[in-house]
Design a protein around this ligand. Structure first.
Ligand SMILES: *Cc1c(COP(=O)(O)O)cnc(C)c1O
Length: 369
């Protein structure tokens, strides 16, 4: 018998808290009121791990949404019966497989509808999108009614009618305008397709408008415990933490330079720690020189010099008793300190959505709860 190789310790890993996911699902359900939930699990459930996430959400949501056919097929292997909606436009060459699997494609034009009917049986469900200001997918409002008529004439059935908000987390005026434009069309669209569900709200939109709009809300980020609007963060619990173990400690003298390009010079003698996570793991290189930190023994330790492909260097001068093997938190809580995903993302001039789905396959995943 060949000997089983010893399990290697994780150098850097993500912890997914299923309890927090359940908590957020309940919080979102309360927010939704009478509306149902379309759980957005594209991009490997925002980097949280598709399989584990959808198993927790399965009983609590009405529809799952992914970006692409590939993602829908992955999800279908895990959950056999749930409705799966494709948020991104499909390629005509994907239509046959979409129809065969009963997925719900997003259509925004009569052209797409007529192509889709070549592959899809009579009555196949589709999702009809109106562009009220996102400028991505969707039919322009002036053409919405004739396009809907063409879709119905082609023999397709309308699972849902939606629009997408471009600025729900930062521009209430634009959001109100988009929702009003959508509402103006709905009487007639709903008259044409009375069985269709209506949805317009993403996480930020749902936080401010859930009581007013639609049969479903399309929720991504909030399920993962991060609020796009700071005022609602207290309702949610972050699901993901990111950790790494110290692999090396060093004492460096005043004037010593740190990392590529020598952009950081020690202003005094320092103790530094090396962590085995870098931009190849998804830790954003853009935080270099921006005052990012990690948590070690409950203390904030500044990231110094440039983030490299496999490692970062942190200042641990103020951490008493620091040792090789100590756990460092890159995103998440330790003791009384917290590094929220939103904060880490902001140091990289980006958003928590981007930070989450940037975490790469080199990082191990541990599920708890
Ligand atoms: C990704 C996506 C969402 C989810 O947005 P969150 O801000 O993460 O809640 C909703 N609708 C569409 C069309 C999307 O592409």
């Amino acid at each position: 018998m060949p000997k089983k190789p010893p399990a290697l310790p994780d150098r850097t890993w993500v912890e997914i808290d299923r309890g927090a996911l359940r908590h957020n699902l309940n919080a979102v359900r309360k927010l939704a009121g009478k509306a149902g939930i379309m759980a957005v699990v594209k991009a490997n459930a925002y980097g949280h791990g598709l399989e584990e996430v959808v198993q927790v959400l399965d009983c609590g949501v009405e529809v799952f949404a992914v970006a692409s056919l590939g993602e829908a097929l992955q999800l279908r292997k895990i959950l056999k019966r749930v409705p799966i909606l494709l948020l991104s436009a499909a390629l005509p060459s994907e239509y046959g497989e979409i129809a065969r699997c009963g997925f719900i494609p997003t259509l925004s034009s009569a052209k797409e509808a007529s192509l889709y009917t070549r592959s899809a049986p009579k009555g196949a469900p589709i999702h009809f999108k109106v562009d009220t200001g996102m400028g991505r997918l969707g039919v322009l409002p002036g053409k919405a009614i004739p396009t809907m008529k063409a879709i119905l004439k082609a023999g397709l059935s309308v699972h849902s009618i939606s629009t997408h908000l471009s600025s729900a987390d930062n521009d209430e005026k634009t959001t109100r305008h988009q929702l009003a434009t959508f509402a103006d069309l709905l009487d007639e669209l709903h008259y044409l397709a009375p069985e269709a569900s209506i949805h317009a709200l993403n996480s930020a939109g749902a936080m401010q408008h859930a009581s007013e709009e639609g049969d479903l809300i399309r929720i991504g980020l909030a399920l993962y415990g991060v609020s796009p609007l700071p005022a609602f963060q207290k309702l949610l619990r972050p699901v993901l933490s990111w950790k790494a173990r110290i692999t090396f400690l060093n004492d460096i003298p005043k004037g010593h330079r740190v990392s590529y390009g020598g952009t950081f010079t020690a202003p005094h003698a320092m103790k530094v720690a090396v962590l085995p996570a870098g931009y190849a793991d998804g830790y954003p290189r853009q935080v270099s020189g921006k005052g990012a930190a990690v948590l070690i023994r409950g203390k904030r330790c500044p990231v110094i010099g440039r983030v490299t492909m496999d490692q970062i260097i942190v200042d641990v001068s103020k951490v008493r008793g620091v040792c090789i093997g100590d756990e460092a938190v890159l995103v998440g809580k330790q003791g009384r300190e917290e590094l929220a995903a939103t904060e880490v993302a902001a140091k990289a001039d980006t958003i928590p959505w981007h930070l989450f789905c940037g975490i790469t396959g080199r990082v191990a995943y541990r599920y708890k709860g």
